[in-house]
Design a binder for this molecule. Sequence first.
Ligand SMILES: Cc1cc2nc3c(=O)[nH]c(=O)nc-3n(C[C@H](O)[C@H](O)[C@H](O)COP(=O)(O)O)c2cc1C
Length: 226
Amino acid sequence: MITYEQLLELLKTRRSVRHFEDRPVIRQDLNRLLDAARWAPSNHNRQPWKFFIIEERERIREIAEQVRAGMETKLRSLPEVAAVHSAGLVQYGTFFADAPVLIVAMHKLPIAAAAGLWKITPHPELVSGEPLSVAMAMQNLLLAAHTLGLGTCVMSAPLLADDLAKTLQVPPGFAITSLIAVGHPDGIPQPPRRKTLEQIAEFDLDPVRSLPPISEVSHSENPPCT
Ligand SMILES: Cc1cc2nc3c(=O)[nH]c(=O)nc-3n(C[C@H](O)[C@H](O)[C@H](O)COP(=O)(O)O)c2cc1C
């Protein structure tokens, strides 16, 4: 069993990597990532995940181009959003064009038998839990990749492109949770700042008693982030 300190080191040094060396990821390592993913907790242990692994560089570029076109079309229909976000957001959703591997993470749609229940529940997908289960599997995958020296980046921006499910041939009964770029990192980015414990947690809704005395976790050099 690893220690808390070892785990924290692993968590803190994982970065979202958006630039990759021009070399493939060996199949054994990809299998290891998927093996780590399947040990995540899941709603009722339904393991509602499915992963497509795309290694064909030309296909990855084509998908990125379709995402670019789809995002641009959507942004054109919302000029007030496009004015603020356009170029950065499209880049955020398409940088994977040069990634050696693209993983499509999918979740099963909630079981139809409970459809009546979902209709009267404000956030049925949170109760049903399929996307959350897949998110947990993705984090396992990201951390496993990190231990193997691989870089990854989860991407939800590409989901803005209409027809992505069709492009990626998502099977009936599933939806895309996220895409994940994988490859050998070409440089490791600086860690983006994190909110402090004080900013994110309250014990018994009592701000006075809310600060645990752990000097390590409260980085005073961290500017507040929103
Ligand atoms: C649900 C989710 C969606 C994300 N979508 C994108 C994305 O579309 N494009 C991108 O470049 N990064 C994306 N990211 C990566 C975040 O920008 C990144 O995790 C964050 O800036 C913190 O950096 P770090 O992962 O290096 O700690 C996403 C991360 C998560 C968890």
